[in-house]
Write a protein that binds this ligand. Structure first.
Ligand code: AHR
Length: 498
């Protein structure tokens, strides 16, 4: 098969916001304890945070981190997690039916993020709590000395406000599993009032209102419009969450996941714009895609009430990824780049151990899962402006997403004119892709590719290293391409590759 991608550096989608390369740390399983934080680990710093995990976080290129949840936040009393750790009590987290040791809280996380140069994105509890606790948390984080909650922060040892800019108004409030789940009207009203109070504390913050927790929720669409009808003038972003997996060996649909994500984004944007139209508003709501990843949810969902309560940072949702999963992650990033104008924020869920690109062993090593590589490469190379491409490619039929293109593409150009092109071949044959670069001087540098594998993924660093060796490789650009100006470059894409 053949495909043709046409690009021109003047035809642009929009600026690639660096926050597109975010991730997520929830109090869930081993994301915090033995993930980012493990006092006594050979690489732990004086605050108890693992240096090896922080270094991999930098290598991954993560720009923002969402915290503390997720489902966890909907039953979290943030006040219980500040002050001297020795005075804090462990508590039962109902979201994951786990005993939370309560050693890491708002201050520990925010100070770690600050030391590591990663922007925090905080979520407030709109499940079991409400307006007062949300406004108090903003004051605790961002307030100047002289009022109750800001003074508590100072008493806890932190004088300077943290200046947290981005705030989520709860998490997945449409989901019946959410502690304190609400219907769209209840949530819309609460989010509007909480958001109003939070902005009265700090008008500089930006707010994310909860969209649907998945496109297949029965309330999808209606939820977005109702919630935005209460919050349109107040919020900046609406959240999207999506997880993809290979169902019953349907590889073709799984490889087409990026098209599912593309349609989901278009529908949410259309819903938001419909609210704007009704209000005759020129304001444009953008998307915070604050949970996305491959997650084998069908087979491995924990937290059911018939499971015993777990303690000591249990191993839950520790999905092990293959080269195939990594190809899909790369392709999902292609989709996100193509919506750079409407999706400024996205978080790969999650960062470490829980459906994560980084894994650790308590007391032992930290390693990269296969999905680490396309993320790190895209975060490093996709800079500046996303280009508005024309992609002509055959399509193929899938059970889940209907007809999807065989080849997907995204491209960016930075201030220095450096062009990066991202391509996926979703089919099982080699595809010759002609990239026609009108108006662009193309000097080709090294290319990298991720190949899908067919072996089941095996837990542990050895298999991850094997996938890295066998599937993650340098593309031989010298033979495959012809540099030139205003010409075209032909690239042979291996079967099922990113
Ligand atoms: O990321 C894991 C969980 O998935 C989050 O806690 C929740 O928001 C979503 O359902």
């Amino acid at each position: 098969p053949h495909a043709r991608v046409t690009l021109h550096p003047d035809f642009r989608v929009g600026t690639v916001d660096r926050r597109l390369f975010g991730s997520f740390v929830e109090h869930l399983g081993r994301a915090v304890y033995t993930g980012i934080y493990e006092p006594g680990h050979p690489t732990a710093d004086e605050h108890g945070f693992r240096r090896d995990v922080a270094d991999l976080t930098h290598e991954l290129g993560v720009t923002i981190l969402r915290y503390p949840g997720g489902n966890f936040v909907s039953n979290y009393r943030w006040e219980d997690g500040v002050g001297p750790a020795r005075d804090r009590k462990p508590f039962l987290d109902l979201a994951w039916r786990t005993v939370e040791p309560n050693l890491v809280g708002t201050d520990e996380f925010l100070q770690w993020a600050e030391r590591e140069g990663v922007e925090p994105m905080m979520a407030v509890n709109l499940g079991t709590r409400g307006v007062e606790a949300a406004a108090a948390l903003v004051e605790y984080c961002n307030g100047e000395a002289g009022t109750r909650w800001a003074d508590l922060r100072i008493a806890n040892g932190r004088t300077e406000p943290y200046g947290v800019r981005l705030w989520c108004l709860g998490n997945e409030m449409d989901g019946p599993w959410q502690i304190g789940h609400k219907d769209a009207h209840e949530y819309g009203k609460l989010a509007a009032e909480a958001g109003k109070a939070m902005k009265l504390v700090d008008p500089a913050i930006s707010l994310v209102v909860c969209g649907s927790s998945a496109m297949d929720m029965p309330t999808f669409g209606e939820w977005e419009q109702t919630v935005l009808s209460y919050t349109y003038d107040l919020v900046d972003h609406i959240s999207m969450h999506a997880y993809y997996e290979e169902h019953d060996g349907d590889r073709a649909s799984f490889l087409g996941s990026g098209t599912g994500m593309d349609r989901f984004i278009r529908r949410v944007v259309a819903s938001a714009d419909a609210v704007a139209a009704r209000r005759r508003s020129d304001k444009q709501i953008t998307v915070s895609f604050d949970e996305w990843n491959v997650w084998y949810l069908d087979s491995r969902f924990p937290g059911e009430s018939n499971l015993p309560i777990q303690r000591d940072a249990p191993r839950i949702i520790e999905d092990v990824y293959s080269g195939l999963d990594a190809v899909v992650v790369g392709d999902l990033l292609v989709t996100l780049l193509n919506h750079a104008d409407r999706v400024p924020v996205a978080c790969l869920a999650q960062l470490v151990n829980v459906i994560a690109p980084i894994m650790t062993e308590p007391g032992g090593e930290a390693w990269r899962q296969p999905t680490f590589h396309p993320f790190a490469t895209t975060a490093r190379l996709a800079r500046g402006e996303a280009l508005d491409l024309r992609v002509e490619a055959p399509s193929y039929a899938t059970a889940r997403h209907g007809d999807v293109p065989l080849v997907t593409a995204a491209a960016t150009v930075d201030d220095d004119g450096a062009l990066a092109v991202f391509l996926t071949n979703r089919g099982d044959e080699v595809v010759e892709v002609e990239v026609a670069h009108a108006g662009a001087v193309v000097t080709l540098e090294q290319g990298r590719q991720m190949l899908a594998d067919r072996e089941p993924a095996v837990a542990g660093p050895e298999h991850a290293a094997k996938v890295q060796r066998e599937c993650w490789s340098t593309v031989d650009v010298a033979r495959a391409v012809t540099p030139g100006s205003g010409g075209s470059t032909t690239i042979r894409l291996a079967p099922e590759s990113w």
